[in-house]
Design a protein around this ligand. Structure first.
Ligand code: PLP
Length: 394
């Protein structure tokens, strides 16, 4: 039991992890687990990756923090690298995903204010997850996240995910829409993968109406999808894109990247953060990008993802409880026909960490550094667990 000195917002947590190395973590009794959740898509390079650890050690004995009153070389280097790799124009650094999305939402509001809209509207999706601040939980398409926090800010219009026509309809009845905010693959929502041309159609729609296409790549970026950013699969560029989770491999960092007109909406004093872009976090970000660039890990994510999907589909082919097996790169979801939160504990007993999201979707977000052998073990362990679970529940 966790100390009552903590607020109880995380409920009871059954496991205490005290050490990590590569694709494994150890609990306080010395038991080792294969980590197929990576701190929810954070430790994509595996735990305590030496390149990140070295950069942190070096920066920790050089300079931890100075404030954004001053130039920060590591922040500039990370911005240059991100801009080069993403095709975007500039970056605002935050400390978390929700804050990166707040920056995106503020960019859209700024544009709407400049256009004279009393309430500028952002189109958001059912099943979306964008964070826990008041604006981002309002953008989130899950009532549980919003429950009890009224009043919520206005300015969001919701449509089903993967439904371009629904947005076309909104466009016909609203002249105050300024942006679409969408995840290229819905993560918390259950690893929902839209049609392959969805982002292309959204890009076209945004161009036609002069809206910002704002992508939340907090879970999908940093190589996990098989590209550095998932939009690179579609060959488009967004106007705004946010990333966070995998960017620091465990060090808190978020980034909101903008392009074109969106890149000049913030001016001196429009936005800021005490810690955002601090030297320590930016060194971690640089080490992550350098490691991704100098290795085959991004291609590897694509390969491993394809292999995992194939193996899972093969091994679960006769399991009637499995409704769908889907994914992009190392974002993998197995949808069951019933709630399956117990699978997390059953997997833990097999020394495997997995996650269940949206109630009935087993979510796998393993590190990009998974070996072939670990990939096979992951597929067979998860398949067996699901089969046993389905038999018992039947
Ligand atoms: C995790 C996540 C967020 C929120 O990030 P925090 O760092 O928890 O604030 C937002 N959007 C997506 C898609 C996420 O997966």
């Amino acid at each position: 039991m966790a100390t009552p000195a903590l607020m109880q917002n995380y409920g009871n947590r059954a496991l205490t992890l005290v050490r990590g190395e590569g694709n494994y973590v150890w609990d306080d009794a010395g038991r080792r687990y294969l980590d197929a959740i990576s701190g929810i898509a954070v430790c994509g390079l595996g735990h305590c990756h030496p390149a990140v650890t070295e950069a942190l050690q070096d920066q920790a004995q050089t300079l931890l923090h100075v404030s954004n009153l001053y130039n920060i070389p590591a922040q500039e280097q990370l911005a240059d690298r991100l801009v080069f790799l993403s095709g975007m124009d500039n970056v605002f650094f935050s400390n978390s995903g929700a804050e990166a999305n707040e920056a995106a939402i503020k960019l859209a509001r700024k544009l709407g204010n400049e256009r004279g809209h009393a309430v500028p509207r952002i189109v958001v999706m059912e099943g979306a997850f964008h964070g826990r601040t008041l604006a981002t939980l309002t953008a989130t398409g899950n009532e549980k996240v919003q429950q009890g926090f009224a009043p919520l800010p206005e300015g969001f219009l919701r449509v089903p995910f993967n439904d371009v026509e629904a947005i076309e309809k909104l466009a016909a009845s609203h002249d105050d829409i300024v942006a679409i905010l969408v995840e290229p693959v819905q993560g918390e929502g259950g690893i929902r993968v839209p049609a392959p041309d969805y982002l292309n159609k959204l890009r076209e729609l945004c161009d036609r109406h002069d809206w910002l296409l704002m992508l939340d790549e907090i879970q999908t970026a940093n190589g996990r999808s098989g590209k550095l950013f998932a939009y690179q699969h579609a060959g488009i560029l967004p106007d705004v894109v946010t990333t966070a989770k995998g960017l620091g491999n465990g060090v808190p960092i978020g980034a909101c990247l903008a392009r074109g007109a969106a890149a000049s909406l913030f001016t001196a004093g429009s936005h800021g953060s005490t810690f955002g872009g601090n030297p320590l976090a930016c060194r971690a970000g640089l080490a992550v990008l350098e490691t991704l660039e100098s290795s085959w890990l991004i291609e590897r994510a694509e390969q491993l993802g394809t292999r995992l999907l194939q193996q899972l589909r093969l091994q679960l082919a006769d399991c009637a409880a499995v409704k769908d097996i889907r994914g992009l790169g190392l974002l993998i979801g197995i949808e069951l026909d019933r709630p399956c939160a117990e699978l997390v504990e059953l997997a833990r007993a097999q020394e495997l960490l997995i996650n269940v999201t949206a109630g009935n979707v087993v979510r796998l977000l393993p590190p990009l550094t998974l070996s072939d052998e670990e990939c096979g073990l992951l597929a067979s362990t998860v398949s067996e667990l699901i089969q046993q679970f389905a038999r018992q529940a039947a």
